[in-house]
Design a protein around this ligand. Structure first.
Ligand code: FE2
Length: 379
C-alpha cells in the first residue's frame, strides 16, 4: 500500500506536490484533482460515472487545506469549501507528472512486436477450454493484446461455428458481406480472396471507417495443396521501415492514403487515412496496407509523391519478406484471429485439386480489452 510522506501545496493552491517515502514526487493540479474526485457527489456510487460537468467546478479552484490521513489525503477545495478524500494508491496509479517526450512511432507497453520467430510459440488455445471463461481465456486474450494474433483449435466443423470465437469476448460486426462470409474458390470471383491465387499480406476492409478492428478466419475444409495462412506484424514492419528510412516512415504517417471498394451493386466504401497511423503524441496505433483496395493517392504534395511511393514500395518489400511472416496451415475446426489495425494476413496460392473452405467475420477489439480487463480484475 502506498504511503504519502508529505504533500505541500504550491503556486497559491493550484498545485499539490506529493512526496513518496522513496523520495519520488508527483505534482497534481488542483483542477485535475477536483475533476477526478471519487466522492459520491462527483461520481455515482456503483457505476462510477461522473455526475458533474467541468462547468460545475469553479475555474478558480484551489487547494486550501491538506491533511495526510492514513492511506490517503483529505483535501479541501476552495471556493467550494469541500473536503474530499483521495487514496494514495489511486493517486500513484494515476500520476501524470512523469511523462517523458516519447519518440515518433513509440509502442504501448502492452504490445510486443514479432517476426518469423513467433512461429515456435504461436498463441493457441482449445475452444472447449476457452469457453470455460477462466485463465485459458484470459491468457488467450492477453496474447491477442500483446501479439495481435492467436489461434484456436478443437472447434466445431459446422458452418457458422466461427461466431463462437467472437462470442468469447464480444460481438460480430456485421457488414455488407453479412454476419460472416465464405472464402472458397468460385468460378466468377468478384473478389480475389475467392480464387486460388496467392495474396499479398494485407489489412482487411481498409476502405471502412471505422475499420473492423478484428478479423476471425475459421477453417471448415483445407484439403487443397498450398493454401497456407500467413500473418505479418504490421507494427514490426513499420518500425523496420522507420529504422531503414525515417523520412519514408514520416511520409507514410504524415499524409493520408485512400482506399475504396465498389465491387458490388449499391456499395461504395471509401476511407482517407494514413498507411502508418500515429496518435497525436506519436504512438503507433495502426497500419493500413492493402494493395487491392488502394485508391489513387491525391493527398500527397507533388514534391513528396516520389518519396512517398519509394516508402510505400519499401514497406511492401518488408511485408513480403518471408522472415517477417508466421505461416501455418489451418485444419478443419481451427481458426485464427488478428488485430486488423496491426497484423496483416495473407495466404499462399492453392491448387484447384481438393477443397479449401474458410469462413470469416469481423469483430472489434474493445470487446477483447474489456473482457480481458474484467477477467484480470477478478483474479
Ligand atoms: Fe483478407
Amino acid at each position: 500500500m502506498a504511503a504519502i510522506k508529505r504533500a505541500p501545496v504550491e503556486q497559491s493552491g493550484s498545485v499539490l506536490a506529493i512526496g513518496w517515502p522513496d523520495g519520488r514526487q508527483n505534482r497534481f493540479h488542483a483542477i485535475w484533482l477536483r475533476d477526478n474526485a471519487q466522492d459520491d457527489k462527483t461520481r455515482a456510487p456503483g457505476n462510477g460515472r461522473r455526475l458533474i460537468t467541468l462547468g460545475d467546478i469553479p475555474a478558480s479552484t484551489a487547494i486550501d487545506g491538506v491533511q495526510i490521513d492514513g492511506s490517503g489525503l483529505l483535501l479541501t477545495f476552495m471556493p467550494e469549501n469541500r473536503t474530499i478524500r483521495f487514496e494514495a494508491n489511486w493517486l500513484l496509479a494515476h500520476a501524470y507528472d512523469q511523462i517523458e517526450v516519447r519518440p515518433q512511432g513509440w509502442l504501448s507497453d502492452t504490445v510486443t512486436t514479432w517476426d518469423q520467430g513467433l512461429s515456435d510459440h504461436v498463441p493457441v488455445a482449445d475452444m472447449g477450454a476457452l469457453e470455460r471463461r477462466g485463465q485459458v481465456l484470459a491468457r488467450w486474450l492477453s496474447a491477442i493484446r500483446t501479439y495481435g494474433f492467436a489461434k484456436t483449435t478443437g472447434g466445431e466443423i459446422t458452418s457458422g461455428a466461427l461466431l463462437k470465437v467472437a462470442d468469447l469476448f464480444g460481438s460480430v460486426r456485421e457488414t455488407n458481406y453479412g454476419r460472416w462470409f465464405d472464402v472458397r474458390a468460385e468460378v466468377s470471383p468478384t473478389n480475389l480472396a475467392y480464387t486460388g491465387l496467392g495474396l499479398q499480406a494485407h489489412k482487411d476492409n481498409p476502405y471502412r471507417d471505422p475499420v473492423p478492428t478484428l478479423q476471425i478466419l475459421y477453417c471448415l475444409e483445407n484439403f487443397a495443396e498450398g493454401g497456407l495462412s500467413m500473418v505479418v506484424d504490421g507494427f514490426a514492419a513499420a518500425k523496420k521501415l522507420q529504422r531503414q528510412n525515417p523520412q519514408g516512415f514520416d511520409l507514410l504517417s504524415r499524409y493520408c492514403a485512400r482506399f475504396e471498394y465498389a465491387g458490388e451493386a449499391g456499395v461504395c466504401l471509401r476511407a482517407r487515412r494514413p498507411m502508418i497511423e500515429l496518435a497525436p503524441d506519436g504512438e503507433l496505433i495502426s497500419v493500413r496496407f492493402n494493395n487491392r483496395s488502394a485508391a489513387p493517392f491525391i493527398d500527397v504534395p507533388f514534391d513528396e509523391m516520389e518519396g512517398y511511393y519509394a516508402a510505400y514500395r519499401q514497406l511492401g518489400e518488408i511485408i513480403d519478406d518471408p522472415k517477417m511472416a508466421v505461416a501455418f496451415k489451418l485444419s478443419p475446426g481451427e481458426s485464427f484471429i488478428v488485430d486488423n489495425t496491426r497484423v496483416l494476413h495473407s495466404r499462399t496460392g492453392f491448387s484447384g485439386a481438393g477443397s479449401r473452405w474458410l469462413q470469416g467475420c469481423y469483430a472489434d477489439k474493445d470487446g477483447i480489452l474489456s473482457t480481458l480487463a474484467a477477467l484480470e480484475s477478478r483474479s
